[in-house]
Design a protein around this ligand. Sequence first.
Ligand code: WAQ
Ligand code: MG
Length: 244
Amino acid sequence: MRAAKMSGGTKKNEMHISGAEGIYNWTDISTVISSYTKRALSHSRGKPDKVVITIEKIFQKPKKINLLPVTTLKCSSPTEAKEILAGRLSDLGIFKPAIKNAFKVLVSKKTMRGASLIRIESGKRVEPDKMRGVRVSRFGMEKSADRKLVQRLSLVKLDATTVKEALMLASKASAYPDVIAEVCISDDPDYTTGYIASKKFGYVRIPNIKKPGKMYGGRVFFIKEDSSVSRLMEYFEKVPVILY
Ligand code: WAQ
Ligand code: MG
């Protein structure tokens, strides 16, 4: 699902409101469509002028991939979050120019529908469409793992859907060998916890990554300097993955 506001009615001025995707069983589709529609029509980023829902049958057998382990750090401000992120990213071998360019994307008011791809040494942004970015798509959760996770998240009073979707996305993406790390700040004005994900540290939640009420946000994947963008995009956008 994707929802957008078309200020002026032109594609150039399209503002991303909300997006979501998943892999579901045939019998769950109508329930999922109605919950996606509800999300699109009552989103904290505003009322959309356009909602697109696409349903596609998956022919490939999904790959099975483990969810990343989840931890939550203590962090009390966006400034502290920035320090934490810079430290972790540099521990992961990511060079300064890449970190700098990532922050530019993450705090830009021009939010993208997808994510930016940044090479870890040169810091070059290499997603082909800089307005859209690349989407991580076609991921779902095994039923029993899903039940367990939702239970665990509600025990610690976390917004189960938001965390679950982000954790699935990050787990699919980080399993790709060329992905070194991901950083995400929600573009929802009221969602102030972000995360950094990597094979090395898992899914690390960072509270107060932005102040409430802000409309900026974004996602960045740090990829190996010599990584093939077309192959990575094929994996992100097309290869079906079931998390457990
Ligand atoms: N693929 C790539 N990029 C995406 C996708 C996707 N499927 N969905 C969203 N983005 C990008 C896009 O640029 C958005 O502006 C940005 O990420 C933020 O998306 O554990 O809600 O859906 O509590 O607002 C993190 C949860 C929630 C942390 C993240 O992101 C936690 C969130 P949002
Ligand atoms: Mg959002």
